[in-house]
Design a protein. Structure first.
Length: 483
């Protein structure tokens, strides 16, 4: 039987391939790079230190994904986040301040003024959409406008802004609340208030006993994890379990064409020329494209060029929509320090810097606190993020001045002194897709391409969520469509 070909061996592609295999369907994964994982990349240094060069943590409570991790042989290799790793800092007036972990902490936090707290507490009494042009007209409201309207300008600038840069490296003024935080929009609709909705959920979970300790425990139960060899252990284990005949790395797909044969509709997948110069093709009963939005668009464009008939108008619209999904660049600066070089105890997940602080750093994560058993204890790694949608140019600064600037900021924020033992710069020019206003309309246009072209599925982190868990789930959902 012809396989279902999955183009792209990132988390979305592997989620699709694994689910297809579980459904007993033949599958072939074609990955351009010489390793699987996409942006999930880990490296072990000569001294044994494990670094993640892309994403740092997997956050999931999904029982099916957790079972898969066991099935592919990661039982005993999974590291759960430490209790300390639940604490998060936000830079406020030039210094890191711990985020409150519950309602009592929120009342006491120096992150908000008395006026900001009162504004927040008045949230349940504000009607939906009051005084807001975007909301009133039913247009796609930005995350920032939604946060200001519901929670007040202080919470928007001091808490929501760093959260958005932490997850999306994004600009809250540009991101669509319907695409990025649909559950909050739903809460407003169902409960008329985020605070009321949030508290009702919390109380329902706790049986009416919501202390700050409980809240911290709940955060931990979101099951943040990684692996002994870093996050890439996960895609590597999945690919190994699928087998080398199923996962071909170093194989770039340069085109797909629909094909009708005796066994019905199918696809021909064109691979880039081999070293002998011969162009190889693979016949597939269906194709799952699990590649970034721009690559998806160019493979769909090629469809028009290769076919004799004119391109379907829905495909043209889908291509147009895909090319309008912007990506933010992010550069990671890993610094390895002797432990006594940093005055701050690094007792948390890391810190995030709101844009009002005017920092080069978007944030700094402390993986050795999150996963204390992985690396040696006399050293400590800080993973520093620069760039994002709002300050993309900073991601392009050359290595030397970039490292110098990050060092200056860590000296200021964490009391880091002297030179680190190692500085490593990793650049992701197109790191994270931005779900800007109008995103859901663009995704609807892409979904119509799937209706127009049977046997073709389009997935990846540009739709359905940017987290690792969402990318995996997107792959799994697409695969179930073939079951
Ligand atoms: C710096 C950074 C930090 C992040 N931090 C976190 C985090 O801590 N937690 C979290 O949950 N998420 C995080 N994310 C987001 C998350 O990692 C990604 O959204 C997710 O891994 C994307 O998976 P994907 O499969 O959709 O895409 P990708 O990982 O981009 O995979 C696409 C694959 O397609 C391949 N490909 C492209 N073109 C072709 C072609 N023509 N033929 C064959 N193959 C092709 C690529 O080589 C790649 O392997 C982070 C992302 C980045 C960049």
């Amino acid at each position: 039987m012809e396989p279902i070909v999955v183009v792209g061996g990132g988390i979305a592609g592997l989620g699709a391939a694994w689910t297809l295999r579980k459904q007993g369907l033949p599958v072939l994964v074609l990955e351009a790079w010489d390793q699987v994982g996409g942006v999930v990349r880990s490296r072990r240094l000569d001294d044994g230190t494990v670094l993640d060069l892309g994403p740092q943590t997997l956050s999931t409570r999904d029982p099916e994904l957790l079972a898969t991790l066991e099935e592919v042989g990661l039982r005993g290799r999974r590291l759960e986040a430490s209790h300390e790793g639940a604490r998060r800092y936000v830079v406020h007036d030039g210094a890191p301040v711990a985020l409150p972990s519950g309602p009592v902490g929120l009342l006491r936090t120096p992150l908000l003024s008395a006026q900001g707290k009162l504004r927040l507490l008045s949230e349940p009494f504000r009607g939906s959409g009051s005084g807001n042009e975007e909301a009133r007209e039913g247009s796609d409201e930005s995350v920032a406008a939604f946060a200001r309207r519901r929670l007040g300008p202080e919470v928007a600038a001091r808490l929501v802004d760093p959260f958005v840069s932490g997850v999306y490296a994004g600009d809250p003024e540009a991101l669509s609340v319907a695409a990025v935080l649909p559950e909050l929009q739903m809460m407003e609709r169902e409960h008329g208030s985020l605070l009321r909705g949030g508290l009702e959920r919390l109380w329902a979970r706790r049986g009416g006993n919501a202390s700050d300790d409980d809240a911290e425990d709940a955060a931990r139960r979101s099951r943040i994890c990684s692996f002994d060899e870093g996050l890439q252990a996960w895609p590597i284990a999945v690919a190994r379990a699928l087998g080398p005949d199923t996962v071909r790395t170093g194989t770039r797909v340069e085109g797909i064409t629909p094909r009708s044969g005796s066994s019905g509709q199918g696809w021909r997948v064109h691979l880039s020329g081999s070293s002998s110069g011969a162009n190889e093709t693979v016949d597939a009963r269906a194709v799952v494209l699990a590649v970034p939005a721009a690559v998806t668009a160019s493979l769909l464009e090629g469809l028009g060029e290769r076919a004799s008939s004119p391109p379907h108008p829905l495909v043209e619209e889908g291509i147009h929509a895909l090319t309008r999904i912007p990506y933010a660049p992010v550069t990671l600066v890993h610094l390895i320090w002797r432990r006594d070089r940093i005055a701050h105890s690094l007792d948390g997940f890391g810190l995030l810097a709101p844009s009002r602080e005017g920092r080069t750093l978007l944030g700094s994560l402390w993986p050795d606190t999150i996963f204390p058993d992985r690396n040696r204890t006399d050293r400590v790694v800080t993973v520093n993020f620069v760039g994002g949608a709002r300050t993309p140019d900073r991601a392009l600064v050359p290595d030397e001045p970039l490292v110098a600037e990050v060092l200056r900021e860590l000296e200021d924020l964490l009391g880091a002194r002297g030179e680190p033992e190692l500085a490593l710069v990793t650049r992701w020019p197109r790191a994270i897709p931005q779900y800007t206003r109008g995103h859901l309309d663009r995704i609807a246009a892409v979904a119509r391409v799937e209706e127009a072209l049977p046997g073709l599925r389009l997935i990846g982190n540009w739709r359905g969520g940017v987290s690792l868990g969402a990318a995996w789930e997107g792959g799994r959902k697409a695969a179930r469509g073939f079951g």
